[in-house]
Design a protein around this ligand. Structure first.
Ligand SMILES: [Zn+2]
Length: 88
């Protein structure tokens, strides 16, 4: 029998996918937001597809503000995008 993988919803396209196909975005207690490629960073998490289209959508629509219920500045969005691009 196949093991059921945990699923999460992408905050950009709102599709449910296997957790392993998504990237975790984490907000630390100090308010620093970064991508978590290891799944080990501590903080509040949200998930996004491992896909530049979803990253672009996240930046264009400022979706982290909603995901973390807090204002997120432009520089943070830029660094998230840079982090993604340097990893892929
Ligand atoms: Zn997505």
């Amino acid at each position: 029998m196949e093991k059921k993988l945990p699923q999460r919803m992408c905050i950009a396209c709102r599709e449910r996918k296997d957790k392993k196909d998504l990237i975790r975005v984490v907000r630390s207690k100090e308010g620093a937001i970064s991508l978590d490629f290891t799944g080990k960073k501590v903080g509040r998490g949200a998930y996004i597809c491992n896909d530049i289209n979803c990253i672009n959508k996240l930046v264009a629509n400022k979706l982290l503000n909603k995901a973390f219920e807090t204002p997120v500045d432009e520089a943070t969005y830029e660094s998230i995008k840079n982090e993604f691009e340097s990893k892929v």
